[in-house]
Every structure is written in structure tokens, then in C-alpha cells.
Design a protein. Sequence first.
Length: 373
Amino acid sequence: MLMAYNEQQQIFLPYQYSREALQRYRRQMKFYCPQCQQPVQLKIGKYNIPHFAHIANNSCVQLFAEGESKLHLQGKVQLFEWLRKLGHTVKLEPYLQKFSQRPDMLLIKEQKQIAIEFQCSTISHEKWLLRTSGYENNSIQPLWLFQTPQRQSTQGIQKISISPIMQKMIIATARGLAYLVTYDANTSSFIYWTNLLYVHGHTFIGKVQELTIHKQHFPFYEPKSISKEEFLLYWQLYKKHCKQFVYQRLLHSKNGVQDSFLRSCYELRFALTALPDYVGVPVKDAEAIPMFSIEWQTILHHFCRRLQLAPHELNEGNIRSFLIQQNVELTNQTVQAIKNYVMVLAKSYKENDCFPDICEQVYAHLFAIATIY
Ligand SMILES: [Zn+2]
């Protein structure tokens, strides 16, 4: 921990002093844990940021947070100093006695309290939920900021794998653009994954952008939408993923003709090495359907063929029976995903299964005129 009380019950922040001064204070003063009130040791290493640690055999809950990494201590100091310089009222590691939680920082803004947690290590879903609801039940807004995963260091448009716990940190702009902000304490910069497009499993496509801490504001800057030209790159990456999916499916399918995806391809006379562009189309709400888009969309075309309907002629009842047939849970979101897909198809359809503007329509649907849909 970065703070403790001295004998006068004043907050003491060792990182603000030189090592020489701290060595003197260590001889002259005693320090106490704000949570359990027991004496704590001042640690002044050469490598780590000066901090406090409990004396062994102590039963303080705070002990669980110890063994804090250098990166965690470093990030906390950077974020705390940054918020202070911006003129915010912010407390470092305050102990919230009422519900025994100790956020990394507590910011008070227009009578609103925001608990900031800078998370460097992995955290279980249960622990995250427990701490989040602890704040929410006490009218404190939690803000989780994860240390940027190391593998994600380059900027630009790319495939991004996002762990389930980090997927919970995805937020949206007023216009509905999904994004995720992490903080890299190694480089003192915020890493944005913006314009996130869900692909499949933990895979997304996004634009990685970096903002150094000195340029950041609080609340954080919101990202802008990608351009049509940038979306072309998304489209190419998405289609590449579709190809890989079909290839893997062919390799591993054990169901043979019983595989409804492969059978639909066959009956629709689709060449597996060159599936048409209008199947495998990213649409909003598709993450609610536990199948990859190219799979359910191909089966949907086969379903339409049997009903002798064009996709945009499907009514609500047809859509529901399609989902039931595919063992997909009937929810507003799964129905909406299908509606979104047939709407994109209807808008780009010319004649004879020809969809010349499909990429443009998908861009409009996902990013450009988000509020119209
Ligand atoms: Zn303690």
C-alpha cells in the first residue's frame, strides 16, 4: 500500500519524499495501517516505489492486497498524481469502513463518488462482481482500469483477443461505438481499443490507439468513428476469419452430411473455398447468437430457400422458428440480430443474388449512421 497514518493520524505518502528523507522518517516515526490500525513497515527499496507492508502474522484484510507488483504501485501513483494535477478531489487508497473496501482511488466529482481500481493481476469474475456490487450498493460508481495486456503494443486496426473479464469493461459512446480503455503503467499511457467489432469467441476487430497520460482528461476522451476506408480493413480481416472458420470446420466436422452448415452450403451450391460475400456479415447483436455469423447466415439462406422466400421477406414468426430450429435461445437480441442481417441484405440487394454495396451498407449499419438503425 502507498499510504499509512503517522502517529499524528495524518496521511503519509512515502513516494513524495526522497530516499534519504524516508530513511530518517523511518527511524523517527511510527506508521499505522488505516484499516486494522496495526503498525506497518515502511519499505524503501531501490527497485520498487516506497510503500508500506504489514508485519507478518497480521490478520488484516489488506494483507491480501500486498505483494502488490511494482507496476501496480507505479500505476496508482501516476493516476493519482494525474487526477490531482487536473484539479480533482481524489483520495489514495481510502478505507471505506462502512463496507470494508479499499479502492485504489476515490474521486469526488459534483457530489458523485467514483472508485477507481487499477487492476494489474487477473481477477476472478466472483471477486470482481463482489467488489463492484459493494461500490454500487453504497452509491459509488466503480471504474475498473486494467493494465494493458503486454501482447497489445502496436497501434492500428487489428484482431484483438479480449478475455471475458475484460469484455465486461467494454463501454459505448453516445452514438453506440463500443470501446475499451486500459492503462499501461510501463509507458504512462492509456491504450484505447476503439470501434470494437465482435467476431467470434473472444475475438474482436478494433482500432488500437494510444493517448499519453498528459493528454488524457477525466472523464476519459471518447473515441471517434472509423472512416469508410478504415472499415475496408475491418472487412478484409473479418472475411479472412470467415475463411479460416470454414477451413477448420471442414477439417474437424464429424457430422458429415448431418452438419447443417456444410449441408446448407452444398444445397445452395456454395463453393466452400469462395463463399459469397453476403454470408459472414458482421451485424449488431450477433454476439447473442452462439454461432459464428457465416454459419447461421448460410443456414438462414437455406431456410429461406426451402420457404421460397427472400431473406427480407421473412416475418417475425419465420425468424422465431428459424432460431428454435437452430436451438438458439429466443430473446429480443437474437431476433434483432437476424432482423439486422436481413435489413442489411435488403439495402444492398440489386438482383440475382447480387449485393454490390454490401460492405458499404455494413459500415453504415455498424459505424456511420449508427443512430438511424
Ligand atoms: Zn492492516
